[in-house]
Design a protein around this ligand. Sequence first.
Ligand code: DON
Length: 309
Amino acid sequence: MYCQSNDELNTLVNEARKVTKDGKVADYIPALGKADPNNLSVAIHYPDSNCISAGDIERKFTLQSISKVISLAFVLMDRGCEYVFQHVGMEPTGDPYNSIAKLETMDVAKPLNPMINAGALAVTHMIKGSNVVERFQRLISFIQSMADNPDIGYSKEVAQSEFESADLNRALSYFLKQHGIIDEDVEKLMDLYTKQCAIEMNCLDLARIGLVFAMDGTDPINGNHIIPKEIARICKTFMVTCGMYNASGEFAIKIGIPAKSGVSGGIMGAVPGKFGIGVFGPALDDRGNSIAGIRLLELLSNKYNLSMF
Ligand code: DON
């Protein structure tokens, strides 16, 4: 799809790019360490199919934690709210995304929300299918339908790199298994989860997915009803309360839109009823969110009064 480069957006990107020097590319997943910290790109997708962009929007990146909100939507459709929320909670943690701390201090070992790694692992566990290949195929088909792009795939290199280094996620999974939240082989769950996190796309695809959330689960361009409105609402609420981890409160105050970040440096934004945003800037702040991506969203929100509050 064609997405027009926009001068105003370019000006904001150039301004936001100044803070990349204060960030750092994630390298705990070794393959992510290769990204260029100075990159910053953005696409905004409108319901009338218009799209504006700035930066190198052909560049692909892996979804990482952005995939958590999509897998949540998928599992809620597959299993229903009652079942899903028996296994994962609805409350923000105020802790980093990979923290194990709250699992042990809660009465039941149920992860507090689906956006932290423990909760996301419980969600991925709930993806239906007879084996990992089928479960992954079902998830990626859903993502392709959200982005209206059948070519979306995953990075084998990033998936493998995370699979080989995901000891903390293995620890979280074994903890969840011990407490009956999950009941599958942890290596199989790691295989599925690391492939899910390695699903790869560009800003334009991400903005289109953000648009579907923004428009209550319907793709306004092709008219497809992809997610029931109620589930889209739940996902957007999680994006506001937990989408930026322990920076979610500050993000809500300064920017005020539902958004989800990933350690690859992507951020998906969904401005309710208005448009979807896809940002990529791999230099991260100390809480694992794209440092220039957040600055850019702040500039955008201030300039165009995007806060929903
Ligand atoms: O599980 C992990 O650690 C990564 N695959 C995803 C973490 C992530 O993206 C956190 N986001 N800021």
